[in-house]
Design a protein. Structure first.
Length: 383
């Protein structure tokens, strides 16, 4: 990322993985000024790695891991890594089209849904467009808009949910709705989103990010996929969450074929590697694994909510694979959990100070968390 950092000389020989780069005050060559609007961007801040394998609760990953058939497909795909991947992930695209009952030209596969979010910004915001999103937003929606020189209107949440009424009154080229929302886990019904689409059809493209849709109680009544099939909205999906392929970087969108055609014209042709493509084909076919992960998370978030509630923390009712807990002393809470090998995402990083976002963990992860919470309560009682 940082050209200045890369250009700096290294201090002596280094073992792989231990290189230290000395930051230099100025690049060695004269370089043009960065585009002025980039100065306002707060770079994405990822979750801290946990001190233990099972303590990872900061990044909404799937603690069950990928399906066995997905792993097998990944292994098999290694033998042909000297070949370029299919530019448009045709095998996967055809499966996804069948799966969602749309035409293949309504699907675009990306290097994670994050790539697709950037393509949308390039196509619909670059050079002065306006994006509206919730406040706090999913970080990438705001970052991608600012990167391309677009403006961002942040519409405060109402009772932790998107204020769709206020969003409908915003004049924006792109309207981002994260459903369920990250970092709150709250949802709106598909009917309510359809109203938003109808109210803004003459000026805005509504983008519904459904990264967590597989975990909601009633997928049918919540998902906007029907609107995407009709070409009236864009729906983003990912293999990072329920399919547990976050490390492979693969996601997709469903939209009107004209929207897909525009995005195709600005994308890099080989952004999605073939291991990811083949693994995703196998992952989506394994419906038993999908059901297992869904049930695990639905039971797990109840349990997580109850544990936090019993420890004295209010929790925003969640439909995702994480919960947002309100903790008066956020920093102390995060540090305390870290001592038990548990990493959670501090709310201040996500635009909700005084809260933490905790992912439904593995079974051993629950034990680590329980131990940490018991000790917090004990300390509180003493104080
Ligand atoms: C995790 C997440 C994604 C997935 O991003 P990928 O780039 O596909 O890994 C997308 N949107 C939201 C809101 C998320 O939380």
């Amino acid at each position: 990322m940082s050209a200045a950092g890369e250009a700096a000389p290294r201090t002596g020989p280094a073992r792989p993985g231990t290189e230290k780069v000395t930051p230099s005050a100025a690049p060695r060559h004269a370089v043009p000024q960065q585009r002025s609007w980039l100065a306002q961007i707060q770079p994405y801040r990822p979750g801290r790695p946990a001190g233990t394998r099972d303590g990872s609760m900061a990044s909404n990953e799937n603690p069950l891991g990928p399906s066995q058939s997905a792993l097998t497909a990944a292994h098999r795909s290694l033998a042909t890594m000297h070949r370029y991947p299919q530019p448009l992930a045709d095998d996967l695209r055809l499966r996804l089209a069948e799966f969602h009952r749309v035409t293949p030209d309504q699907i675009l596969v990306g290097n994670g849904s994050d790539e697709l979010i950037f393509l949308l910004a390039l196509a619909y915001l670059a050079g002065g467009g306006v994006a509206a999103c919730a406040d706090p937003p999913y970080q990438m929606d705001a970052i991608s808009s600012l990167v391309v020189g677009g403006a961002v209107i942040r519409v405060p949440l109402q009772d932790w949910r998107h204020d769709l009424g206020s969003m409908a009154r915003t004049r924006a080229d792109l309207l981002y709705v994260c459903n369920p929302h990250n970092p709150t886990g709250t949802t709106h019904s598909a009917t309510r989103i359809e109203q938003l689409v109808d109210q803004t059809a003459d000026q805005s493209l509504v983008v519904v990010d459904e990264a967590y849709i597989d975990f909601v109680d009633d997928v049918e009544a919540t998902s906007a996929i029907r609107l995407a099939a009709d070409g009236r909205a864009v729906v983003l999906r990912t293999f990072s969450k329920i399919y547990a392929l976050a490390g492979l970087r693969i996601g997709y969108l469903v939209a009107h074929r004209d929207v897909v055609a525009v995005l195709r014209s600005v994308r890099a042709p080989f952004s999605v590697n073939q291991i990811a493509q083949r693994t995703a084909v196998a992952a989506i076919a394994d419906r038993a694994h999908w059901s297992r992960a869904r049930e695990y998370v639905r039971v797990g978030r109840q349990r997580l909510t109850q544990m936090l509630d019993e420890a004295g923390y209010a929790v925003v009712p969640s439909q995702a694979n994480f919960v947002l807990a309100l903790v008066p002393d956020e920093e102390h809470f995060v540090e305390h959990l870290a001592r038990y090998g548990v990493s959670v995402r501090p709310g201040s990083v996500l635009g909700v100070p005084g809260a933490v976002r905790i992912t439904v963990p593995s079974e051993p992860g629950f034990d680590l968390l329980a131990a940490a919470l018991a000790e917090i309560r004990w300390n509180d009682r003493r104080g």
